[in-house]
Ligand binder design. Sequence first.
Ligand SMILES: NC(=O)C1=CN([C@@H]2O[C@H](COP(=O)(O)OP(=O)(O)OC[C@H]3O[C@@H](n4cnc5c(N)ncnc54)[C@H](OP(=O)(O)O)[C@@H]3O)[C@@H](O)[C@H]2O)C=CC1
Ligand SMILES: Cc1cn([C@H]2C[C@H](O)[C@@H](COP(=O)(O)OP(=O)(O)O[C@H]3O[C@@H](C)C(=O)[C@@H](O)[C@H]3O)O2)c(=O)[nH]c1=O
Length: 293
Amino acid sequence: MILCVGASGQLARSLVEVDGKRVRALGRPELDLTDDRSIQNALETVQPDAVINAAAFTAVDDAEANEDAAFALNRDGPEQLARLCARHDVPLIHVSTDFVFDGKKGAPYSETDRAAPLNVYGRSKLAGEEAVLDAHPRAMVVRTAWVHSPFGTNFTKLMAGLLQTREEIGVVVDQVGSPTYAPDLAAALLKLADGMQNHQCTENGIYHLAGDGGATRHEWVSVIADTLAERGLKTARIREASAREFPAPAQRPNDTRLNCMKIQQDCGLALPAWQEGVRACVLRLLSGMEGSA
Ligand SMILES: NC(=O)C1=CN([C@@H]2O[C@H](COP(=O)(O)OP(=O)(O)OC[C@H]3O[C@@H](n4cnc5c(N)ncnc54)[C@H](OP(=O)(O)O)[C@@H]3O)[C@@H](O)[C@H]2O)C=CC1
Ligand SMILES: Cc1cn([C@H]2C[C@H](O)[C@@H](COP(=O)(O)OP(=O)(O)O[C@H]3O[C@@H](C)C(=O)[C@@H](O)[C@H]3O)O2)c(=O)[nH]c1=O
């Protein structure tokens, strides 16, 4: 059995959907990552073969004014989870983010590149990575990026809605990343968990795992629009915009494409091209199988 920390999030719901027989997802109130005792209880009750931490403070803008809460959930909770997993000798996959980088490299980031987060969310996630790796010899950090899915709120869902209701939308051309379809990520993480149980993959390290290739937000929305148009739906005109047109409390990095060669070489894992994930997500949304928000 694989214990997933967090139940209602995009990744947690995708993990359950990919293999509900093997994944037990627990979120609040049963498992609260900020409550040591509830982590301990969950480990004792579920007796997992591996743990995947899919819980986090992911509201990038809200984190700016709520630094303590972001660090409690993104650093302190994962550190305690890692300590307790180490005590039970259970391997742990901790999910992290491309936002640990400042986006100034101008090429896809490798695991050996220097992290230099620009916002509170990124700093709290980087601190979580370090704490987890220090606390547990069998913990692996998997950095992913720009996650979208039929679940919860995310960029694909938001933009698919705007495209169908507006005449024109502005979408930024000066932010580049690696859009990642949560169900693809979930399937790969389950294989990784198997590899860790069998000691087939490097343990206690960092891996990048995201949709293959890089995209601007504008390119991402173009694929959403093309998929809607294929199904005969009328969509808004897409205007090229600058990130400056969308001022927000948290600064975002400009280019955080992830180089995912290492996990392919070490563990044989790679995600499909980002365009395939976006297309799959839109088709799923159109089929009305998206579940509740
Ligand atoms: N979304 C993205 O674009 C990206 C995400 N990531 C990382 O991937 C991981 C999964 O992200 P995603 O699925 O999008 O996240 P979501 O925001 O969709 O879900 C986060 C989950 O954390 C849960 N949670 C919040 N507080 C607690 C707590 N105290 N105890 C237990 N669970 C709690 C939430 O539950 P509740 O409903 O109760 O609040 C929710 O289920 C995270 O580590 C994130 O940092 C990395 C790169 C990009
Ligand atoms: C509403 C809208 C936004 N945008 C752009 C502006 C801005 O650059 C971007 C913001 O989108 P979001 O708020 O979804 O992005 P954001 O919350 O910054 O997404 C990040 O979340 C965290 C959790 C991560 O770990 C990152 O990998 C990344 O996915 O979208 C447009 O271009 N046009 C629009 O009409």
